[in-house]
Design a protein. Sequence first.
Length: 142
Amino acid sequence: MKNLKQLLSAKGGHVHSIRPDAKVFEALQLMAQKDVGALLVMDGSRLAGILSERDYARKVILHGKSSQDIAVRDIMTADVVRVDPERTVEECMSLMTQRRVRHLPVCEGETLVGVVSIGDLVKEVIAEQEQTIRQLESYIHS
């Protein structure tokens, strides 16, 4: 099974991010424009948190607040679950299930090298299963 370093090498390490002082409305616009469900919150080169659609729904909408008045830092998740690039896809799926998160920043020490979503991991598992099926079919037919 692939590790995250291999997955990011194939996927690319591009990360969509926003500043902690940006307004939540700006973050929502960026999420819609990039068609993503979360943004990493970067304070310079430091990972400060993550902002997801879930954060918005639970901390803004349900409290009757306005996304144009609130800063990202006020609703972001600051305690971010991070993973090392050597972790396997399987380990990350398990971690995401346990911690109930959909996005994992991938860091080498304090340096952000990418982010993976549950969708990235599921796609990889499906690709590996399809490869196994092709190999088994080839073995059976030979």
